[in-house]
Design a protein around this ligand. Structure first.
Ligand code: ADP
Ligand code: MG
Length: 222
């Protein structure tokens, strides 16, 4: 589903080039989940952005559904993102002027994947029934993140990428949200990559990798 092959990424900064990813390779199959851990500043979000086609590597391949998106122009990457990838961020990024249900519908429509039955199913599974007409600001943090997960899954993406999805939630809410996320991922059989610094978030996933000094290593124990 997703493959990174010998990926390098360097940012230019006022202090000179900053090498963040140095020869990164990984693979993630459909239905599999992978946690990406590492200290703050280790390059986790950079890797996720490359996987999402939000940024391009200096070198190497980012292969999504058999195609190397690293060579795609931005418009083609944007189309692929809308149709194949669900994104969940720590800061939810819901559309404030749209109701809960319209946030879901918009995402599905952008991917030309409108499906009222699936949307209704997502709302129910996420425990958001009865809140369809509320605006994001009228929802709690946990409800907003559940909505963000529903929005990401509304187009039935093949790959779900989540960057610190529970980072803004208290522990109990984070657990509920994570459990829902994992059970919906199992139901849809999409591939899941979660960036997190939390061992509790990483533990239930199939595999865990740690990013350190620009390189990846397997995590086998906490
Ligand atoms: P993490 O998500 O693990 O905290 P990031 O991928 O956000 O790490 O950042 C890795 C490093 O790259 C950090 O030192 C960060 O300051 C730097 N960085 C991130 N984005 C940019 C950018 N657009 N320009 C320059 N430096 C950046
Ligand atoms: Mg980050």
């Amino acid at each position: 589903m997703l493959q990174l092959h010998q990926v390098h990424k360097t940012y230019s900064t006022p202090q000179g080039p900053l090498r963040v990813l140095n020869d990164i390779s990984l693979h993630l199959e459909a239905g599999q989940s992978l946690a990406l851990m590492g200290e703050s500043g280790s390059g986790k979000s950079t890797l996720l952005h490359l996987a999402a086609g939000l940024d391009q590597p200096d070198q190497g391949k980012v292969i999504l559904a058999g195609e190397n998106i690293a060579t795609f122009a931005e418009s083609r990457r944007a189309k692929l993102r809308r149709e194949q990838i669900g994104l969940v961020f720590q800061q939810f990024y819901l559309v404030p002027s749209l109701t809960l249900i319209d946030n879901l519908r918009l995402q599905a429509r952008l991917a030309q994947q409108e499906d009222a039955e699936w949307t209704a199913h997502l709302i129910e599974r996420l425990g958001l029934s009865g809140l369809e007409k509320r605006y994001p600001e009228q929802l709690s943090g946990g409800q907003q993140q559940r909505l963000a997960i529903g929005r990401a899954l509304a187009p039935r993406p093949a790959l779900l990428l989540a960057d610190e999805p529970t980072g803004n939630l208290d522990e109990a809410t984070a657990n509920t949200v994570l459990t829902l996320l994992l059970s919906l991922v199992r139901e849809t059989q999409c591939a899941l990559l979660v960036v997190t610094h939390s061992p509790q978030v990483a533990a239930p996933l199939d595999r865990c990798l740690r990013l350190r000094h620009g390189q990846l290593a397997s995590v086998t124990s906490w």
